[in-house]
Ligand binder design. Structure first.
Ligand code: XLS
Ligand code: CA
Ligand code: CA
Length: 435
């Protein structure tokens, strides 16, 4: 049985094609800067947005037509595996990602929940072996169920802390079973609503304890995935502890966790934090902690996490530039943590949306490669910081100066001359690389 009978394997047809189910820019085998596009981009489909979410919003009911829905939730879960792998292989993505609750419904008891997962994990493994599609990362959903009302690892209720530990222990076992390349922690409810009743120090200490236990358990079972923390400033918590890349790195360093974790950065979370995506990627690079990305975009007119498919070429190019500067995304990938709009409710919209995102990333990669080949930013930056490559600047950088020497120097060089940055011209020249 096919869930997507209208769509064949999506092929690269180039910009001359008007076939909506073809790539115009993403050519998996095309070599860019010595690697194929497929190797650079390591695309992944997010189970929750593509196979699980139903198009409902706080004001209205589900709109999505999804032919895998059955009366029995376990049958729906089995059908999703079939539909998912048909989708991944027709789209030609090498990876997928999921939360535990995306793949299988929760049971009456924790034991039953794990049994449900075990049945579906067996099916997933069969499909992965058959198709070669791999798991980029898995994670535990510790935010949807009402038990997490006060948080998971940062909860005020020790029984919930234990429950969360059991859930992550299981998720690590599932990740090992399926050969996940990464494991993600996104702290949806790890934050607070009001400081009036919050012990912030205890909550953060407990989160660190939780992460150390996860590291220890992964080591114990020989699960060698890269651990990733995904920052987000708010939503659903009013104030989340992993606010942004810089805050998360400070947390990891404080608790001696930075050697075990890198960051999974999401474009829409960057904008919610008041940053650009490339800012977050650059911060991560400064720490050697750029692990993986969640590819999407927000709506700058709306202050919430809309998880739209990424189509803003300028933003994607600047993000891809950061990834190239990083020497690639390593074990991470480009995960489409993006959902079709509520009005795009047909099954085939799932293909159209992913093709739009993949083509935008392919164009962004090519534009970023041209910027790199031309040394566009390298030249600008070398010129701007030129004063640190010779003379007094070179001595400062080499650590040879102290305040006595600098004060003596400044006394003889107090007629300061600065250079203009010509930023408007830079922005106009950048446009020439995009379109
Ligand atoms: C929600 C997050 C979430 C993580 C995985 O805003 O983006 O989906 O990526 O838990
Ligand atoms: Ca995400
Ligand atoms: Ca999001």
């Amino acid at each position: 049985m096919f869930y997507f009978p209208n769509v064949e394997k999506v092929q690269f047809e180039g910009t001359g094609s008007d076939n909506p189910f073809a790539f115009r820019h993403y050519n998996p085998d095309e070599v860019v800067l010595g690697k194929t596009m497929k190797e650079h981009l390591r695309f992944a489909v997010a189970y929750w947005h593509t196979l699980t979410q139903d198009g409902s919003d706080p004001f209205g009911q589900a709109t999505n037509i999804r032919t895998w829905l059955a009366d029995d939730p376990m049958q729906t879960a089995r059908n999703r595996v079939e539909a998912g792998f048909e989708f991944f292989t027709k789209l030609g993505v090498p990876y997928y990602c999921f939360h535990d609750v995306d793949i299988a419904p929760e049971g009456e008891t924790l034991k039953e929940t794990f049994q449900n997962q075990d049945e579906i994990v067996t099916l997933l493994k069969e499909k992965m072996d058959e198709t070669g599609v791999k798991l980029l990362w898995n994670t535990a959903n510790m935010f949807s169920n009402p038990r997490f009302v006060h948080g998971a690892a940062s909860t005020s209720n020790a029984d919930v802390f234990a429950y969360a530990a059991a859930q992550v222990k299981k998720a690590l076992e599932v990740g090992k079973e399926l050969g996940a390349e990464n494991y993600v922690f996104w702290g949806g409810r790890e934050g607070y609503e009001s400081l009036l009743n919050t012990d912030m120090k205890l909550e953060q200490d407990n989160m660190a304890r939780f992460f150390h236990m996860a590291v220890d358990y992964a080591k114990e079972i020989g699960f060698d995935a890269q651990f990733l923390i995904e920052p987000k400033p708010k939503e659903p918590s009013k104030h989340q502890y992993d606010f942004d890349a810089a805050t998360t790195m400070a947390f990891l360093q404080k608790y001696d966790l930075d050697k075990y974790f890198k960051l999974n950065l999401e474009a829409n979370h960057a904008t919610l934090a008041g940053h650009t995506f490339e800012h977050e990627l650059n911060v991560a690079r400064c720490y050697g902690a750029l692990g993986s990305i969640d590819a999407n975009q927000g709506d700058l007119l709306l202050g919430w996490d809309t998880d739209e498919f990424p189509t803003d070429l300028s933003a994607v190019t600047l993000a891809m530039y950061q990834i190239l500067e990083n020497g690639g995304i390593g074990r991470g990938g480009v995960n489409f943590d993006a959902k079709v709009r509520r009005g795009s409710f047909e099954m085939d919209d799932l293909f159209l949306a992913h093709i739009a995102g993949m083509d935008t990333f392919a164009r962004g990669l090519k534009a970023a490669a041209r910027l790199k080949e031309d040394g566009f930013f390298d030249k600008l930056i070398a010129d701007r910081y030129d004063s640190f490559s010779t003379g007094i600047g070179a001595e400062i950088v080499a650590g040879k100066m102290d305040f006595h020497q600098l004060a003596a120097y400044a006394t003889n060089h107090d007629r300061i001359q600065n250079k203009s940055s010509h930023l408007e011209m830079v922005k106009a020249r950048l446009n020439e690389y995009l379109y």
